[in-house]
Design a protein around this ligand. Structure first.
Ligand SMILES: Nc1ncnc2c1ncn2[C@@H]1O[C@H](COP(=O)(O)OP(=O)(O)O)[C@@H](O)[C@H]1O
Ligand SMILES: [Mg+2]
Length: 327
């Protein structure tokens, strides 16, 4: 605990944003309440994204009622692998990643064999709201299982790493690669034990990381260095994230993306209250960057200019790069 306080104290000097400031100055100020359902319900997010021509993992089906649960077999009959998740879940809770079938049963991504009845039971739990924000009744979403791009083989353990970019009024301000570990059960959520690795906004090269609130430079399971890795298609990820402002209308979001081996970059979900650990992973606070964006918007407003997603990405890359691009 003491170590953690020290880490945060050291970061304070670098413009660390605390939870109260995040809530008051960013979440409440930039995120209109009536728009929350677009990001708080993954089914709604997906439909919006499809409408906007943004790629997402394909939706195989939705289960809304207890009676619908029997439709599961029909929904997954053409798919060996798939993912079941609560539409209004968070933090990786309640997600079941099925990677394979075995003798009439299913194999999860971490190798556990489970029965059809167990999956149905899990769906029933999802419907009662066991995993949903505020415990409301929920829907179960069944979707395409992402296969991570081979680039992540050496720095990830099972499951799918995701790329989180914090976007303020359409401007990317900070990025993090989240790597599943043995402990996180194939999920890339920090609370499940995944690693958060900072990413240089200008180049898409990984920095050092944080794991269970400690600073690290090696993956605990593969022991390979997590820093210095060039993420492919980086400008594509930046543009995808910036464009999510137009997609949802919320001014302060965390955009979670994955890189599928066959389908390329996909949007996994949007988050209206993105966590603050991204600052530890980047060894850098959000406050100065957020102010720079707010000043930029103020300046452009006077001139009656609104920047496109490409222009916003360029601004962020010029200002917020960690690694000097020209020596
Ligand atoms: N379609 C999928 N295929 C493979 N893994 C997935 C899929 N959806 C989610 N995951 C894994 O579970 C994690 C959490 O999923 P996400 O949709 O972001 O829900 P949450 O809101 O609980 O974070 C992801 O970071 C990823 O590692
Ligand atoms: Mg997530």
């Amino acid at each position: 605990m003491f170590g953690l306080i020290k880490t945060w104290k050291a970061l304070e000097a670098k413009g660390i944003m605390g939870i109260n400031r995040r809530n008051a100055d960013y979440v409440l100020k930039y995120n209109k309440r009536n728009l929350y359902p677009i990001v708080d319900d993954k089914i709604i997010t997906k439909l919006r994204a499809i409408e906007a021509g943004i790629d997402v993992p394909e939706m195989y089906g939705v289960i809304e009622t207890e009676r619908d649960i029997e439709k599961l077999s029909e929904i997954v009959k053409d798919h060996v692998d798939f993912v079941v998740k609560p539409a209004q879940g968070a933090g990786g809770d309640g997600i079941l990643v099925i990677a394979d079938r075995f003798e009439g049963r299913y194999r999860t991504v971490s190798g556990k064999i489970i029965t059809h009845d167990e999956i149905e039971h899990q769906i029933s739990n999802i419907l009662t709201g066991l995993y949903s924000l505020g415990g409301h009744r929920d829907r179960a979403l069944i979707e395409y299982r992402v296969t991570p791009d081979p680039i992540f083989k050496s720095i990830s353990y099972e499951g799918v790493p995701d790329i989180r970019i914090i976007v303020l009024m359409g401007y990317p301000v900070m990025a993090m690669l989240r790597l599943p570990t043995r402990q996180s059960g194939g999920k890339a959520n920090l609370h499940q034990g995944a690693i958060g690795v900072g990413v240089d906004l200008a180049t898409g090269i990984t920095l050092r990381g944080t794991w269970l609130n400690n600073k690290i430079s090696k993956h605990p399971d593969t022991t390979n260095a997590v820093d210095g890795v060039q993420l492919p298609n980086w400008d594509g990820f930046m543009k995808l994230a910036a464009g999510c402002y137009e997609l949802c209308g919320l001014g302060y979001i965390g955009v979670d993306m994955v890189l599928d081996q066959d389908k390329g970059p996909l949007i996994l979900e949007l988050n209206a209250r993105p966590g603050l650990n991204i600052q530890i992973a980047n060894d850098c606070g959000l406050t100065h960057r957020a102010h720079a964006v707010e000043n930029r918007i103020e300046e452009l407003k006077k001139k009656g200019i609104q920047e496109t997603a490409e222009e916003r990405v360029r601004f962020a890359q010029e200002l917020f790069g960690h690694i000097p691009t020209h020596a």
